[in-house]
Design a protein around this ligand. Structure first.
Ligand SMILES: Cc1cc2nc3c(=O)[nH]c(=O)nc-3n(C[C@H](O)[C@H](O)[C@H](O)COP(=O)(O)O)c2cc1C
Length: 179
């Protein structure tokens, strides 16, 4: 049984209370099977209050590499799906690892696909940093903040949470069981 308390893992709640958001979109920066970032978002979804509709976006690997040449109607289907999911969301919660001192390329590509539209404009966003050491992944999160500035998103500072999650905290069901 999950023993996490909502407050421990719920920047989502901070977003919700600041906005009365009903639709929360979760974006993971990791494509890895067994990803700690993915598991964290799955746990967020599992623990979400019933008043929130929480959806995990799962199309990152289907997005083409961003090119302005592709950014016109008709958009690639995966891009339409991404932009639709972001547009429908009242708030977006992200959870990403750092690769080679930066955002993972696939996740940066996802974010670039939001630049060419207004879907992120004024969108309330936050992130959970699951790194287990204070200096880990700080460049990725600095970069995330920068990119979100370019797309005009509104970072909800109170909802951004450092939450160290070691791989050992994941249970056999892929969720976090460490309270
Ligand atoms: C190719 C690669 C590069 C990495 N580069 C960094 C890095 O620059 N900084 C860092 O803090 N961690 C780095 N890591 C460690 C990952 O961020 C860490 O394993 C993280 O838990 C992966 O997230 P996931 O479990 O959600 O896939 C790297 C891992 C890989 C595979």
């Amino acid at each position: 049984m999950l023993q996490l308390r909502e407050k421990a893992l719920f920047p989502a709640c901070a977003i919700a209370s600041s906005l009365s958001a009903m639709n929360l979109l979760l974006l993971s920066g990791s494509l890895r099977e067994g990803s700690v970032n993915g598991a964290t978002l799955q746990t967020v979804q599992r623990l979400a209050p019933a008043s929130l509709s929480v959806r995990i976006y799962s199309g990152t690997e289907h997005l083409p590499y961003y090119s302005p040449d592709l950014d016109h109607d008709p958009l690639p289907p995966a891009v339409q799906q991404l932009r639709g999911a972001v547009a429908e969301a009242d708030a977006v919660l992200m959870c990403t690892p750092e690769y080679a001192g930066a955002l993972p390329g696939a996740f940066k590509n996802l974010l670039e696909w939001t630049v060419g539209s207004v879907v992120m404009n004024d969108k309330s966003v936050a992130w959970i940093n699951v790194s287990t050491a204070p200096t880990e992944a700080k460049d990725a999160h600095a970069s995330l903040r920068l990119v979100l500035g370019y797309v005009g998103a509104q970072v909800i500072e109170d909802a951004c949470l450092p939450l160290p999650v070691p791989r050992s905290a994941l249970g056999p069901d892929g969720l976090i069981h460490d309270p």
